[in-house]
Design a protein. Structure first.
Length: 240
């Protein structure tokens, strides 16, 4: 177990769980103690889980697979986008549209319509459309691009999915489980780790905690691709 990694996780507050009254009993094995009515997560378990998750995701990349990063809560949005872009993967960080995995055909149709509109907008024929219709088309295109920006090129299902906050992203968890897509996820003290193939026990609410966990995964992925991973503070380190 790396003392250095343990120290980084500790400094980022990864060990802080939720109030004890909000816990999920299935997280019992990952709880170290209770302090001031807050569950403290056992970071020795977290370090081991990070290693296992990193090894698994590295194998996915090595085999030519793709990973989808998901995290739509405000604290996770930028970190998820940056982690995905740094490792050349897909992401959803605004809103999980039901069917993103289970009904990918419909999602691809939305992307196709967006591409068609973007081509139309650049053409001479666009000026022939009345202003009200053009405005409506622009609004719809903006909405679609915002929600699907990170999966515009995801032509087929990902080989693995990384999720921040399995409670908030319960639909994404359910869709991945239904399709047998392996899930790596940060599981806080209110989560159900039994739904996750590679759980990483940790604080999924604090920006610094989310960033350090994602950074450790990105480090492994980019290292194995022969790229330099951004330093721990380079995923736009943000003070809470």
């Amino acid at each position: 177990m790396s003392v250095e990694i343990m120290t980084e996780l500790l400094e980022a507050g990864v060990h802080y769980g939720h109030q004890t009254k909000r816990w999920n009993p299935r997280m019992r094995d990952y709880i170290l103690e209770e302090k001031n009515s807050i569950h403290i997560i056992d970071l020795s378990k977290t370090v081991d889980q990070l290693a296992k998750a990193g090894e698994f995701l590295s194998g996915v990349i090595a085999g030519g697979g793709k990973i989808l990063f998901v995290g739509c809560k405000k604290q996770a949005q930028e970190a998820v986008k940056e982690a995905a872009q740094a490792s050349g993967q897909f992401y959803v960080n605004q809103r999980w549209l039901g069917g993103t995995l289970t009904n990918l055909v419909t999602i691809r149709k939305s992307v196709s319509k967006l591409r068609d509109f973007e081509a139309l907008e650049k053409s001479a024929g666009f000026n022939k459309i009345n202003k009200a219709e053009a405005s409506a088309l622009r609004r719809e295109a903006t909405r679609v691009r915002k929600n699907l920006e990170g999966v515009l090129d995801m032509e087929k299902l990902p080989d693995a999915i990384v999720i921040i906050d399995t409670v908030k992203e319960s639909i994404a968890v359910a869709e991945a489980r239904r399709l047998n897509i392996p899930i790596v996820a940060v599981v806080d003290s209110n989560s159900n780790p039994e739904e996750i193939n590679y759980p990483i026990a940790g604080n999924d609410d604090a920006i610094r905690s989310i960033r350090i966990i994602l950074q450790k995964l990105v480090d492994v992925l980019t290292k194995n691709r022969g790229n330099r991973a951004p330093a721990a503070g380079e995923l736009a380190a943000v003070a809470e």
